[in-house]
Design a protein. Structure first.
Length: 312
């Protein structure tokens, strides 16, 4: 039994369970395949175009679509398929190209990093010949290169960090004042060491001015008396061969002995070099003459004819 809600032929509402239209007597089972949701306003179009053709004249069959429309649809289908295939191929190609580009870029960066690591070398710090600390005289500092290929040293003495544009080390550095010495080693491949730093405190005392003039209060007589006092006593002289002589100046006489026998003993006279506070003079005894220098005073020694003589 049909479940049609409206008659396909006249549009009259059909109650549930009815087979024939109450208005036109249409047998609803003959069109059981027609959509039951057709509204009354659409039944005329359906009846005029389809139902009447099939049921008013059962021997009549629907006219087929025109041949050219079928051919158009048939010819469009391969084009659509080809377009889709080409689109997919282009999309896949684009993705593959992007993938390989990224892979090549990453591989290049990785290779550069590996190459950089391969070429990189750690240089040791430069070494200084002079230890850090305080000094009271002028100093020289040498910089020793670490091991490496064509290593060059660059340095600064003003406390700034050295670079390849700093002064190139070629000879010992003379230090005359407080100095902060910094240096860096760089080889031919551009590899660098760390920065070596050393602090030197150089304080050179000012030399006192030596008084070369005789003070007005010191007279020639006073200098002569001072000279005799400076040379008074026995002085031991050892020459380069180890031979020892003893010189004794006392009471206006000079005696020379080797410790066992006298070489001579005679009265002496002397002359002084004025302006030296009685420290420099010449002693004459017979045919012998002795040049004497008592400087520096206070060390219990004098120089006799340029030879060191210690007080005995």
């Amino acid at each position: 039994m049909s479940d049609l809600r409206f008659c396909p032929k006249c549009g009259t509402k059909i109650e549930a369970g009815e087979r024939f239209c109450g208005n036109c007597g249409f047998d609803t089972e003959t069109v059981a395949n027609i959509d039951e949701t057709i509204l009354p306003g659409d039944h005329q179009k359906l009846v005029g175009n389809t139902v009447n053709q099939q049921f008013d004249d059962p021997s009549r069959t629907p006219e087929p679509l025109p041949q050219n429309q079928g051919q158009i649809k048939s010819s469009r289908m391969p084009i659509i398929i080809i377009s889709i295939v080409l689109g997919v191929i282009i999309l896949i190609g684009s993705i593959a190209f992007w993938w390989f580009s990224q892979s090549s870029s990453l591989a290049g960066k990785s290779g550069a990093a590996v190459q950089s690591q391969t070429n990189a070398a750690t240089l040791e710090l430069p070494a200084y010949s002079l230890n850090e600390g305080s000094y009271t005289t002028e100093q020289k500092a040498e910089i020793n290169k670490p091991a490496g290929e064509d290593v060059q040293i660059y340095f600064t003495i003003d406390g700034t960090d050295p670079t390849a544009q700093s002064a190139k080390y070629e000879s010992p550095i003379v230090l005359r004042s407080n100095t902060t010495l910094k240096s860096i080693a760089i080889d031919k491949n551009g590899n660098q060491s760390g920065i070596k730093t050393a602090v030197y405190n150089i304080v050179i005392p000012q030399q006192a001015t030596t008084q070369t003039t005789t003070p007005a209060a010191v007279t020639n007589a006073e200098e002569r008396a001072q000279f005799e006092s400076n040379i008074n006593g026995t002085w031991k002289v050892r020459d380069s061969s180890g031979f020892v002589l003893y010189y004794t100046f006392s009471g206006g006489r000079v005696n020379v002995t080797d410790g066992g026998s006298d070489y001579f003993d005679d009265v002496y006279s002397f002359n002084i070099s004025p302006g030296n506070n009685g420290t420099v003079g010449t002693v004459d005894a017979g045919t012998h003459s002795f040049s004497i220098d008592c400087n520096p005073l206070g060390d219990n020694a004098i120089f006799i004819n340029g030879m060191y003589a210690s007080y005995n």
